[in-house]
Design a binder for this molecule. Structure first.
Ligand code: ADP
Ligand code: MG
Length: 447
């Protein structure tokens, strides 16, 4: 039985014995959610809370504990944000079911380990994440999964949640995006419900937070996360994060939070190779109960190399076409239907190497490619180097650390070079057109 039922039964029980002058204060108290053995109640004014505490709490606590056959913690918070008007409108609704949805219900049920196909490069990450799901809070705590868009970070993160929910449903798994965590935090501050917020997150056995790069510059949410983190970590509860880049590249994060992220296991996801792309496409067809010819599958796998989301997008386009026109997908249809997507990915980020970029930039500035990677600080070489670095970041998927390794510079120098060009572009039209010209040459060469 849920605490909400216990609460309703306790109300019924005390209503027969409690003096009417005291019982009236119960009318101002609403059930507002629950976590384990803690009942969350709310009311619209401090006065209601005080009167509830002095007049009713003792009796209702006794009734509640008897009904539940254990001690139930009661927390009452004052919701000052509630407008009177809104209250009237919602009154009936509120009394019957002011629900806090179980966070786990947000898990996408198709994100499972069975549905994830690792390739050679991601096998380690896959197995490590699986080990976490089997034995949370032990060896790999905390864990950070990072990589570019569409490479399966959310899929793996939610697989942990789904696995634990299936095998040990009594465990409290919380999955949230960093954006939801932030909104929750802000709302709790606005509604003076910070205690509830903390109870909610700190009662997690497993906390899964997706896309922590969203917290960039959000210093007070970072602070709150830092404390949540410490609390969970110290009590041996598992924490897993995802991020679109390595922690070293999170520039507007407090050092102490960054050091918490790096404390545990950091796993990187990379784009799948050809064989894995074929296997993923076949798996997706199976999931969607659709048959697509091998020649079409191979065609997609050969041409869409960027990430799994794009692979899936191609398949969805073809399936929609087949369903709409009630036709079988031939290779010609596939080529025609996917031509925009495929021309956009040909000579794309994947095929352009940093060497191609240095060659094109050096030719444009009439210098040697090796000078771009040298220590030389001559004005022209410095300018050309900034351009090469800027273009490397813009048109490839290399991280600033990887670009730094290539140009023999540290990651902060790379970020600085990119900033210089970004700023200068805004006022210098010549630079913008030069950049476009060099980029066009690079792309043309890569085709
Ligand atoms: P990210 O969070 O890294 O941006 P997602 O986890 O949302 O990426 O993945 C995008 C889509 O690609 C999802 O539908 C996911 O199921 C699928 N996907 C990604 N990697 C794989 C994989 N290795 N095997 C099967 N499906 C995958
Ligand atoms: Mg994601």
């Amino acid at each position: 039985m849920s605490l909400e039922n216990y609460w309703n039964n306790a109300l019924k029980k005390v209503s027969t014995t409690m003096d009417a002058g005291k019982a009236m204060w119960l009318d101002f108290i609403n059930y507002d959610g629950e976590y384990d053995d803690t009942l969350l109640l709310s009311c619209d004014a401090e006065m209601y809370k005080e009167n509830f505490n002095t007049e009713c709490k003792k009796d209702i606590q006794k009734a509640l504990d008897e009904i539940a056959n254990k001690h139930i913690e009661i927390i009452v918070s004052v919701n000052e944000e509630e407008k009177e008007e809104e209250e009237k409108e919602n009154k009936s609704k509120k009394k019957s079911a002011p629900v806090i949805r179980k966070t786990n219900s947000y898990l996408n049920k198709s994100y499972t380990f069975e549905n994830f196909i690792p390739c050679e490069n991601t096998n380690f990450a896959y197995n490590a994440v699986k080990a976490i799901a089997i034995n949370p809070g032990s060896s790999y705590n905390p864990c950070l999964i990072y990589g570019g868009v569409g490479l399966g970070k959310t899929h793996l993160l939610e697989s942990i949640g789904n696995y634990i929910e299936e095998k040990t449903p009594e465990k409290n798994v919380i999955y949230v995006t960093a954006e939801t965590f932030t909104n929750d935090y802000i709302n709790s501050l606005a509604g003076k419900k910070i205690v509830d917020f903390r109870i909610k997150y700190r009662k997690a056995d497993i906390l899964l937070i997706d896309d922590i790069h969203f917290l960039d510059e959000k210093i007070s949410t970072q602070e709150e996360l830092f404390h949540t983190f410490n609390d969970l970590y110290e009590s041996g509860h598992q924490i897993v994060f995802t991020c679109d880049r390595p922690v070293s590249e999170l520039s507007n994060f407090t050092d102490r939070l960054k050091s918490r992220f790096t404390r545990g296991l950091n796993l990187s996801l990379t784009a799948p190779d050809y064989e894995t792309r074929v296997a993923i496409l076949k798996k997706k067809c199976e999931e969607k109960n659709t048959k697509i010819r091998d020649s079409v599958i191979n065609y997609i796998a050969e041409n869409v190399k960027t990430n799994v989301r794009d692979l899936e997008g191609s398949l969805t386009t073809l399936i929609a076409y087949a369903n709409l026109l009630q036709t079988d997908i031939t290779l010609d249809i596939a080529k025609d239907q996917l031509k925009h997507l495929i021309s956009a990915t040909t000579a794309s980020e994947q095929d352009i190497s940093l060497i191609d970029i240095t060659k094109a930039v050096a030719a444009y500035y009439n210098i040697e490619p090796t000078q771009l990677r040298s220590k030389s600080r001559t004005a022209i070489i410095k300018d050309a180097r900034n351009v090469a670095i800027f273009l490397s970041r813009k048109i490839t998927q290399y991280s600033t650390t990887e670009i730094g390794n290539f140009f023999n510079r540290d990651h902060s120098t790379i970020t600085h070079s990119i900033d210089i060009i970004e700023k200068e572009k805004k006022t210098n039209a010549d630079l913008s057109s030069n950049l476009d010209e060099i980029e066009t040459k690079i792309r043309a060469k890569a085709k």
